[in-house]
Design a protein around this ligand. Sequence first.
Ligand SMILES: Cc1ncc(COP(=O)(O)O)c(C=O)c1O
Length: 388
Amino acid sequence: MVKTTDAGQAPAKPTVRPQNPRFSSGPCAKPPVFDLTDLSDAPLGRSHRAAVGKAKLAEAIDRTRAILGVPDDYRIGIVPASDTGAYEMAMWSLLGERPAEMVAWESFGAGWVTDVVKQLKIEAQVHTANYGKIVDMAALNYDHDVCFTWNGTTSGVRMPHGDMIPADRAGLTLCDATSAAFAQDLPWDKLDVTTFSWQKVMGGEAAHGMLILSPRAVARLESYTPAWPLPKIFRLTKGGKLIEGIFRGETINTPSMLAVEDYLNALKWAEAIGGLTALQDRADANAQAIFDFCDENDWIANLADDPATRSNTSVCLKFTDDRITDGAAFAKAVAKRLADADVALDIGAYRDAPAGLRIWCGATVETDDITAMLPWLSWAFHAEITAQ
Ligand SMILES: Cc1ncc(COP(=O)(O)O)c(C=O)c1O
């Protein structure tokens, strides 16, 4: 790869624009075929407990299982409050039976650490790594319950695989997979709780969370009662037994049937293009276009140190040109210039992350849009270097 080292030489303003400039890391771009009229089959104004509503919710669960290859003996539930709701419901319902290993390498993982250490106040070992790095997952005690995030959305660092998690662990693994599901392989035999929301790789609407439980997680729910009170919105058992209805589409409280229809629409699109492999291939191609761009330009680099941990969804970038005087202001100005030109929206780094950019590469993004946007990034970089 030839590196561009003449960082001061400003390229001309590009003429080709991405057709869709939406590169936000959540809510993410809608599927390319999205059309509001496709939602006209939503049973609006009907009870979600009517046969038609329950059938839609069950269909969302069944199609999720089919696309993700979730084993038949794992439960899949639609729960309130998006990924946060699903993950916190799992932590509050399952943790405390044994010590926890809390793992974080960016902001969202750090949030789960706070939940356990400051709110639940259970015995926990905390393992953290700085932005761009990952915790040594082989060094954890899997006799404890392990809480971690598969893809760190704010650092662009992901688990390379799940081989470090032992099959014969005594503890449970609780995995926040919200920016990984549908784009990265999730080894179900290594995951006891998996959560995600609809607005990431599938480009669905925010609101509901998906909660996937292994048989071992269900066994824990049925054999252990936490010492703290659980609000109705977190309760997964009744009389010591799993509330099975939740995992058939009988939601705890009222869902948005419009959001359900939209998720179904996205799942059908995923099936039509070839399922999980096609979704993953699209994310890989998008991310690769950016990795290549970084290889070709010496003023920008991936925030993830180890190529094996580079996310193919939330690709995080840092500027490396030593002429930059104020990194945060510079990155903001580049992102603003691109937004003002309407070629890349919402690509500033997350507020707690190091200064830089974050470009969503999930399956709903078209590779042509990434490759059309990148020359604009060069243009904006050079314009800001000159302007500062
Ligand atoms: C890794 C991770 N966990 C949790 C969340 C919070 O998700 P939600 O807003 O769906 O609750 C996000 C949002 O971006 C995330 O990236």
